[in-house]
Design a protein around this ligand. Structure first.
Ligand code: CAO
Length: 547
């Protein structure tokens, strides 16, 4: 057993890089190249890998300390020192024995030259990154270059994104280095083995101590002797803080980046809890856990919308939680989908329904005879059917790819129904072909079915347009959310008597506040104005409904 001090290797000339994370503790058994700590300079953060395997006897630095090349990090108990020293020249063995016996202060001084040789002799070489095995011999397209010339990348950082007709994939760097030349460009077709870019790889000349004739003189010879690929692994993994995709603009080490890729996670969406917002492995675990429980954006959702923070409400007072019904969750998901996908515009107007209300009152006895309650809603359905007939854009839908407008030649209208289980939207078919009495009957029947949870899925499909009436509840206006792929929805608020100027004096009139929301990708302001004006006119003078 021997003691081996690990020091900061060549970190590209950075002076006073701060220790932002210690990744090992006393007693840990360290593998070769295992990350020991994370240093952060003003340009980049980097994990420092171990140049030896062994057990940590002492940690010689701490978080917050500023380190430069050669500063001590750890004292390791190295298991294979005997084997190494058997081949080593006498002066090296002596040096190690001295180190083992030395007091801590002397250890640093005595070991530093040895460690310098182990970790700090840079070898600069050029390596070409190529297209890896992509599981097919077919050419795939380079759809994104994730780096630029001059970027410093860590092993595992994304270099390019390739796309076949089946999938897109990031090509990670097999080795850390600086991008010298980019050989592929966006739009190129490439195959396995094709050159992508040339990197400058700087490698410390590891594992050469044993063969060194003398510690100090060993440096040049060793530098030439170490093959670049092996050395590249021992290179400090500089994490680029620049770059445009794949989470390369945030702080995370290569191991975390690799793990994120394996999980299909976008690091930009994973909040970092490490020093200075650095993403650590625990953050990935937490994010995946939350994704699975529905508390975080779905993995690879691509929405880029920051999640609403989780709050412990019980910290502010007593709380009670109850699980959401399946329908409530579905409604929430649909609302969010529609709100996020559809560029909404809402227009407002008031319909003078004084005459309609008078007519409705006249029909009360007739309604009782028929066993039907005639509310304003069937008139609104009828008026919407006429306006939909005359304004075809309002009964159209964009295809999912946004390439075509499908205009429906039928007039089915959805009607929002407030039920104890949540909001349901049954559909009344062929509204244009039904009388106001028939519509009144159907409203009652279908709303009853909704409240008794007896609606079949087909009875909630196929609408061209929706009416959401809060008239019996109250309010002077609201902005309804379009029920995509429909393009329009009418929000109805509570009618009330208002003073209306007739040119000579104010008259008490029953005014019905209406709000028309529409998908501005399909319907423009002029279309909406015409539709709305016609609708308001029809409700204000229901005689026009028969025309
Ligand atoms: N202004 C004033 N009074 C109105 C009104 C309005 N806009 N609309 C209806 N009323 C009156 C009715 O005339 C009736 O009064 P009378 O019995 O005196 O005639 C009373 O309100 C109750 O009507 P109703 O609700 O039973 O019937 P309806 O035809 O108006 O509506 C239905 C049926 C199913 C649409 C309704 O019950 C409902 O569920 N509305 C809620 C829809 C909803 O939740 N929308 C929000 C969706 S987004 O979250």
């Amino acid at each position: 057993m021997a003691k081996q001090q690990i020091v900061v290797p060549d970190i590209g000339g950075a002076e006073g890089a701060e220790v932002i994370e210690l990744l090992v503790a006393v007693g840990d058994v360290i593998a070769l190249e295992q990350s020991l700590l994370v240093l952060e300079s003003d340009k980049a953060s980097m994990e420092i890998p171990s140049s030896h395997e062994g057990t940590v006897l002492e940690v010689l630095t701490e978080v917050g300390k500023e380190l430069s090349e050669g500063d001590p990090i750890l004292l390791l108990e190295v298991a294979d020192a005997g084997a190494d020293s058997a081949d080593a020249p006498a002066d090296v063995v002596e040096a190690e024995e001295e180190v083992a016996a030395a007091a801590p202060a002397e250890i640093a001084a005595a070991v530093a030259p040895v460690a310098d040789v182990v970790a700090a002799v840079p070898v600069s070489t050029e390596r070409t990154a190529t297209v890896p095995d992509i599981g097919s011999d077919d050419a795939v397209e380079v759809i994104e270059l994730s780096v630029s010339v001059g970027d410093v990348v860590a092993e595992g950082d994304s270099l390019v994104v390739l796309e076949s007709d089946k999938a897109s994939m990031e090509v990670p760097a097999d080795f850390a280095g600086e991008i010298l030349q980019i050989l592929a460009k966006e739009g190129d077709s490439v195959k396995q083995g094709d050159d992508l870019m040339v990197l400058k790889v700087e490698a410390p000349a590891a594992a050469a101590v044993a063969s060194a004739p003398a510690v100090k003189e060993a440096a040049p010879a060793t530098a030439a002797a170490v093959p670049a690929p092996a050395a590249a692994k021992a290179e400090p993994a500089a994490v680029s803080t620049a770059g445009k995709s794949g989470g390369s603009s945030i702080y995370a080490g290569p191991a975390v980046r690799k793990m994120a890729r394996e999980f299909g996670l976008d690091l930009d969406k994973v909040g970092g809890t490490g020093p200075r917002g650095r993403v650590v492995k625990e953050d990935l675990h937490d994010f995946v856990k939350k994704s699975l429980s529905g508390a975080a954006p779905k993995v690879s959702s691509g929405s880029g919308i920051p999640p609403i923070p989780e709050v412990d409400f019980s910290a502010f007072g007593p709380v009670e939680s109850e699980p959401l019904s399946r329908m409530s969750k579905l409604t929430a998901a649909n609302m969010q989908r529609n709100w996020l996908n559809v560029p909404h515009v809402t227009q407002f107007d008031d319909a003078d329904i004084t005459d309609l209300e008078a007519f409705r009152a006249d029909m009360k006895a007739e309604g009782e005879k028929r066993g039907v309650k005639l509310t304003p809603l069937p008139f609104m359905l009828k008026a919407c059917a006429v306006a939909l007939r005359d304004n075809p854009k309002f009964r159209s839908s964009l295809t999912a790819d946004g390439q075509e407008l499908v205009c429906k030649q039928y007039i089915h209208i959805g009607m929002a129904v407030d039920t104890p289980a949540g909001l349901l939207v049954p559909v009344i078919r062929d509204v244009d072909k039904k009388t106001v009495w028939e519509l009144a009957e159907e409203v009652v029947t279908i709303a009853g079915k909704a409240r008794d949870r007896k609606l079949k899925p087909v009875e909630m499909q196929g609408a061209c347009f929706t009416i959401s009436s809060l008239g019996n509840i109250g309010g002077t206006g609201f902005t309804p959310i379009v029920n995509a792929p429909e393009v329009g929805i009418l929000g109805v608020s509570k009618a009330s008597i208002q003073p209306v100027w007739d040119g000579k004096e104010f008259q008490p009139r029953k005014m019905l506040p209406l709000a028309l929301s529409y998908d501005h990708r399909v319907v423009n302001g002029g279309d909406a104005g015409r539709f709305f004006t016609q609708l308001v006119g029809l409700l204000s003078d229901i005689r026009k409904l028969i025309l």
